[in-house]
Ligand binder design. Structure first.
Ligand code: ADP
Ligand code: F6P
Length: 483
């Protein structure tokens, strides 16, 4: 089997019957001097989804450990083997920051920012996908199930099928899959589709995405397809929607802990004991609608509809993809606007917006969710949005209003939320006011039904549904802890 130069010299690993392949490993960049290493719940939906699932499962996770240069040898973490794939500085720039996050990411999110195209980014995308495929081929035992995640690795299923035809290969896309008019802009559209079709099952967050994919494989590759199946030579590739979720029970248990309840009380006190707290928690990303939300809040303040003393906004926006120019520009604009709003409407000791850019541990996030009377989740486009689901799971007393964008995948599952179109500034303001002024009985009723839904449709139900479709025999279900 061909091995790319960066993998030469890597220690051989034991093989696994379940291999997850994702761009990122779920661990911190830094490994302690004694070699100890902890799961990192990095701000991002993919790690949040897969972490509770794989813990204590004899699986291997193939991914990038952060940083550049040779891949570190990592210890098993919570029983999961870590196989790191190295990225050079050039790979990082051209694959992760370039093709993945400056070409595919904007195209897949309605082109709310202009996608960029560079030929060397495509070269890097192919090179890095090849390296991931080879690393995976080394650690997958004969007949193993390999579950490839997300848009960074769309060529891996096809490459892996060539290297290891014995494997059962799944692919899941965490982000939206765009309509044909947008996808057709991609110069390498045929190769990207062919790469995904190397899988036995291609999963999406929403049925619309599966439909877009089916249309595209027919249009671009001339293959026969329905929204459930594509014929590829002598194979049938299944396609479908599998909305990702969270560990509902874990989040509810965390939010219910006495120390978390105490922390929530203290937070409210530290916020000046306002009547109402609005909370938003996002990666700093132009898809999240942060600027539109700030504008809506600022106009409500200016119009006298809300007063800083009574209603505060807590905006958590953890920096993301910081070397990509569109992300730098966004951060500058958001910070300027937060400064303007605080300057104009705040008072000494009473800012209008509490703006935080730090990563928080799960208990602190749960306390924030508990303190939020209104959770504003208003992305312009989002594959799912797990923050919305985490908020619902954390509202153990059934209180709290979720203001949710129609353009988040979660909206299809949580129609009881206060739904808004974040492109419509007036609608956003009205939605925010409606959530702030809602009758507590109505709020409680909505929250109860969302909580009941999430109790059933949690992360394990997602994995069960995906893996049982991948292997109709159901034999893979036993490979996941907590089955
Ligand atoms: P995305 O995958 O686009 O980042 P999601 O809402 O699906 O969006 O997932 C974000 C995940 O990152 C959630 O699990 C959330 O709890 C976590 N997260 C977001 N902000 C922070 C933060 N400041 N500290 C820690 N975790 C965070
Ligand atoms: O949800 C899409 C996604 O790219 C996930 O793959 C990841 O969990 C998250 O956004 C964070 O992105 P990054 O890995 O670029 O920090």
């Amino acid at each position: 089997m061909a091995v790319t130069p960066l993998l030469i010299g890597m220690p051989e690993m034991r093989q696994s019957s379940l291999v997850v392949v994702a761009n990122r490993l779920p661990i911190d960049d830094s490994v302690a001097p004694d070699g100890a290493c902890e799961w990192r719940r990095s701000p991002g939906g993919l790690v949040s989804a897969l972490h509770p699932l794989l813990r204590h499962t004899p699986a291997t996770w193939v991914g990038w450990a952060g940083g550049t240069g040779p891949a570190p040898a990592l210890p098993d973490i919570d029983g999961v083997r870590m196989r790191s794939v190295p990225l050079s500085g050039e790979d990082l720039r051209d694959h992760y920051e370039g093709f993945a996050n400056a070409t595919l990411w904007p195209i897949y999110h309605d082109a709310v920012e202009q996608p960029q195209h560079h030929r060397r980014w495509w070269d890097a995308y192919q090179r890095v996908n090849q390296r991931f495929a080879e690393a995976t081929a080394q650690v997958a035992e004969p007949g193993a199930v390999v579950w490839v995640q997300d848009y960074h690795l769309q060529l891996v299923p096809g490459l892996l099928r060539t290297l290891r035809p014995d494997l059962r290969i799944g692919f899941f896309l965490h982000v939206p899959f765009p309509p044909p008019e947008l996808f057709m802009q991609l110069p390498r559209r045929a190769e990207l589709l062919r790469g995904m079709l190397g899988a036995d099952l291609v999963g999406f967050q929403r049925a619309q995405a599966a439909h877009n994919f089916a249309q595209l494989v027919t249009k671009v590759l001339g293959l026969p397809a329905t929204d459930r199946r594509v014929g590829v030579e002598d194979r049938v590739v299944r396609i479908g929607a599998f909305p990702v979720s969270i560990d509902t029970v874990e989040m509810a248990a965390l939010a219910d802990r006495p120390d978390v309840a105490d922390r929530a009380h203290r937070l409210r006190h530290d916020l000046g004991s306002p009547d109402q707290v609005i909370l938003s928690v996002d990666r700093m990303d132009y898809t999240k609608g942060i600027e539109q939300r700030l504008k809506a809040y600022s106009e409500l303040l200016a119009g006298g509809h809300v007063k800083v003393r009574d209603t505060v906004l807590v905006q958590v926006a953890v920096p993301s993809r910081e070397r990509v120019s569109q992300y730098q520009i966004l951060r500058d604009r958001v910070e300027r606007e937060v400064g303007r709003i605080n300057g104009e409407f705040g008072r000494v000791g009473e800012p209008a917006i509490h703006y935080l850019t730090q990563p928080f541990d799960r208990a602190e996030l749960a306390a924030l969710y508990r303190v939020a009377d209104v959770m504003a989740v208003t992305p312009l486009r989002d594959g799912m949005n797990l923050v919305a689901k985490e908020y619902v799971a954390a509202r153990v007393d059934d209180s709290g209003a979720l203001l949710l964008s129609e353009f988040a995948g979660a909206a299809a599952e949580l129609p009881q939320a206060y739904l808004v179109n974040p492109h419509d500034l007036e609608g956003l303001k009205q939605g925010l006011l409606a959530a702030l002024r809602a009758d507590p009985a109505d709020v409680g009723e909505r929250m109860r039904s969302m909580r009941a839904y999430l109790h059933e449709h949690d992360i394990r139900a997602w994995a069960r549904s995906y893996l049982s479709t991948l292997d109709q025999s159901g034999s893979m279900l036993t490979r996941l802890g907590g089955g």
